[in-house]
Design a protein around this ligand. Structure first.
Ligand code: AMP
Length: 196
């Protein structure tokens, strides 16, 4: 079994995954891997992957599993992931769960925990409204945000049951100051014997 900590962060858009991913990445000295960030960078640089992903992202839909799974295989095979990693925004579909399961099995390793950040839709819509102003993300337009929440409810929320059945889910209240939420996560991980 490989050393290191392997964490998934799951939760609706606007729950604060990106922010908490950075906190945990630094606490555990593991890379935080956000498929959304990787796609956005590819869109910015107009790479072939970015050109394929852009229309799905702008509409608030998931990028097709085949593209996303290939991307994550490449990223997780990088040397910096050997000692653990945190995934933010992946997996998002049952097909991606299967892909990740296969990857981990092939590498003789497994997930330690799935951190579920819980936040009510009205609150995340308001947070994303602010982010649209601050960061200018085209998929933070309100209609697109509502659609992304529906996509989350339909395609991603069911994954929580899948991982719960494996005893991996720590559900954390995502509302509060950044440091407060980080502390809640750290406490929940500690209770499971997961420490930096
Ligand atoms: P995020 O930054 O996680 O909110 O992702 C922004 C957008 O990138 C999503 O709305 C999707 O279009 C795309 N995306 C990110 N991660 C995935 C994934 N695991 N599967 C499919 N599409 C994704």
């Amino acid at each position: 079994m490989a050393e290191g900590t392997r964490i998934l962060l799951i939760g609706p858009p606007g729950a604060g995954k990106g922010t908490q991913a950075l906190e945990l990445s630094s606490a555990f000295s593991i890379p935080a891997i956000s498929t959304g960030d990787i796609f956005r960078e590819n869109v910015r640089n107009a790479t072939p992957l970015g050109l394929q992903a852009k229309s799905f992202m702008d509409a608030g839909n998931n990028v097709p599993d085949s593209l996303t799974n290939d991307l994550i295989t490449d990223r997780l095979a990088s040397p910096d992931c050997v000692g653990g990693f945190l995934l933010d925004g992946y997996p998002r579909t049952t097909d991606q769960v299967r892909h990740l399961d296969d990857f981990l099995a092939d590498h003789h390793t497994k997930l330690d925990v799935v951190v579920q950040l819980v936040a009510e839709p009205d609150i995340v819509v308001e947070r994303l409204r602010k982010r649209a102003v601050d960061q200018g993300r085209t998929d933070d337009d309100e209609a697109v945000v509502r659609h992304r929440l529906d996509v989350y409810a339909e395609q991603t929320a069911p994954l929580i049951d899948v991982y719960s059945a494996r005893g991996l889910v720590a559900a954390i209240d995502g509302i509060g100051d950044i440091s407060e939420v980080t502390q809640r996560i750290t406490d929940a991980l500690h209770a499971r014997g997961i420490t930096p």
